[in-house]
Design a protein around this ligand. Structure first.
Ligand SMILES: [Zn+2]
Length: 255
């Protein structure tokens, strides 16, 4: 399976992967501007599927490789640090909205947060997303591809979440779209920058970076996406979550 993949992707390939990570989030913006009702109604399935991909991918691909590269103690410590950092960055800053979930009054049940704080939390998150792809391809193509799939899969709900959070802070539709579009550009830039800067970095540093991004995926999957998918309460969402986990297990088994 590994033999079919190129050893190190060319700069052009990395630029293309980077564009994909930005495109996913822009698709979320577009859906919320054009088809908000549809996006909210069917967002649950995608969110549950992405949650399965992220939780399983973080544990069996990222943390697993990080342990190989920098030892179990360091790898698990960095995973925890990253999980906690994202909690602090997101839990008290970004409202928990990965879809525009209206209350009985037709407005957001939670979250009247300042726009700049939303943007700050999501901006940091976007850098980590990009770093995961750059670090992944610096380790080996398979980890790079897993990172790319994990990032693209949750970028669409992230675009919807960003729009929702900005709406909830009282930002107009047009300004929310412009702000989220700028946020969408951060990840592709971080993909390219991290890929260029990580050339020749030692295995222990790469292991720590993989653990950091693994902890971030674990947090986003388990704390952001999974409760959101469960909140819709449909049996189909459980199926989509397990399908996401199964996809990552399949990649591991076929590796
Ligand atoms: Zn993300």
């Amino acid at each position: 399976m590994n033999d079919a993949l190129p050893a190190t992707p060319s700069f052009l390939a990395i630029a293309l992967y980077a564009a994909l990570t930005g495109g996913g989030m822009l698709a979320g913006v577009w859906l919320m501007r054009r088809y908000e009702v549809w996006a909210v109604r069917h967002g649950g399935e995608l969110i549950a599927f992405a949650a399965g991909l992220l939780v399983a991918g973080a544990l069996i691909h990222f943390v697993d490789r990080a342990v190989e590269l920098s030892g179990a103690g360091a790898a698990l410590a960095w995973t925890l640090v990253s999980f906690l950092a994202l909690y602090v960055a997101e839990a008290h800053v970004v409202p928990h909205t990965h879809g525009r979930a209206p209350s009985e009054h037709g407005v957001f049940a939670e979250g009247r947060t300042l726009g700049p704080m939303v943007v700050g939390g999501l901006g940091l998150h976007s850098v980590v997303d990009g770093l995961s792809v750059g670090a992944g391809f610096s380790v080996d193509p398979l980890v790079g591809w897993v990172a790319l799939v994990l990032v693209v899969a949750h970028k669409l709900p992230e675009g919807i979440a960003s729009m929702s959070a900005l709406y909830a802070s009282g930002v107009s539709g047009r300004r929310a779209a412009a702000t989220t579009t700028i946020l969408a550009l951060i990840t592709p830039l971080a993909v390219i920058a991290s890929f260029l800067f990580l050339k020749g970095v030692g295995p222990r540093t790469l292991g720590a970076l993989l653990a950091l991004t693994g902890g971030a995926f674990l947090y986003v999957g388990a704390a952001d996406l999974l409760p959101e998918g469960q909140a819709r309460g449909r049996l189909a969402n459980t199926f989509f979550f397990l399908a996401g986990v199964a996809a990552m297990v399949a990649v591991k088994v076929l590796e």
